[in-house]
Design a protein around this ligand. Structure first.
Ligand code: ZN
Length: 287
């Protein structure tokens, strides 16, 4: 019994030592962040690889002067924040975040986080491309996948659009990337928004997966970036357009790429195995 307890203690200590500290930031979003943040937290925690804290900003119109999350305590910051219909973070706090990532911190841009801070040049460099908030071709090109390779296309018009929330196929474009290794090349994502025409600096960006935007659903007829990686200074960024609401977040494809993408942003590696219930191309797989 004593040996067993010692072994358990050692195991717990090892797990605690190995756990990756994650900070989710939220507090304002034109999406239901009060519903989606607990799901993000649970999905990360159930891998056993992360410890997750949440930092919630003041509500719209609130006083931000005392809001100052300590990013340096974490290996990766997951953003569920957008000022689309609210307040941008104060400039000093935005700079603190981009400095943290430039110095080697990890960042995950979750769904509408790529709508945030259109005025912030460094934030936009960090996420590569974004939508809405007055973004246009002045903010940079779009990322396309044509003839087997990523291309950048500059085109006048508003950045950011989507059709109805329908299931769509996500196609891996970098099968060797740690986030995608061992996963099916194509899989059917559960009903969700398919962002299109995102625009931005698109520097140091890796196109991990795309989804074809169907003109029959107000789409572009292009392979739109769905999962991206960005090197920003010494930091790693994982950008997922998926996850409009808790229903979309039931998709095992969303779950696994979020879990793996967060680990990769934090450490540059993925130690999570592909699960048996990962979807194929024909049928969604939900949890
Ligand atoms: Zn949405």
């Amino acid at each position: 019994m004593k040996r067993f307890l010692l072994a358990m203690t050692a195991c717990a200590a090892q797990m605690a030592a190995a756990a990756i500290p994650v900070l989710i930031v939220d507090g304002q979003n034109n999406h239901k962040w009060q519903e989606t943040t607990p799901v993000l937290k649970r999905l990360l925690e159930e891998t056993g690889k992360f410890t997750v804290d949440v930092s919630t900003s003041p509500a719209k119109g609130g006083d931000f002067s005392a809001y100052n999350p300590d990013f340096s305590k974490y290996k990766v910051v997951v953003s569920n924040y957008s000022d689309f219909a609210g307040d941008p973070w104060p400039e000093a706090l935005r700079k603190k975040l981009t400095d943290y990532v430039a110095a080697g911190g990890g960042f995950v841009s979750f769904h509408a986080a790529d709508n945030a801070f259109p005025m912030d040049k460094e934030y936009n460099r960090m996420i590569a491309v974004g939508g809405w908030g007055g973004r246009t071709e002045k903010d940079g090109p779009m990322i396309r996948f044509r003839d087997g390779k990523m291309v950048l296309e500059s085109k006048p018009g508003k950045a950011g659009s989507h059709g109805k929330r329908l299931p769509y196929v996500v196609v891996t474009r970098d099968a060797k990337h740690p986030i995608m290794k061992g996963l099916p090349a194509e899989w059917l994502h559960h009903e969700d928004e398919l962002y299109d025409s995102l625009k931005g600096p698109a520097e140091n960006v890796g196109l991990v997966a795309t989804a074809w935007s169907d003109p029959a659903n107000r789409g572009t007829g292009e392979n739109e970036p769905a999962l991206m990686t960005v090197r920003y200074g010494k930091g790693r960024v994982f950008h997922t357009i998926l996850g409009h609401d808790v229903e979309a977040m039931r998709c095992v494809g969303f779950i696994v790429t979020l879990q793996r993408g967060t680990e990769w942003a934090a450490t540059g590696k993925v130690t999570q195995k592909a699960p048996k219930d990962f979807p194929g191309k024909e049928k969604v797989s939900l949890r």
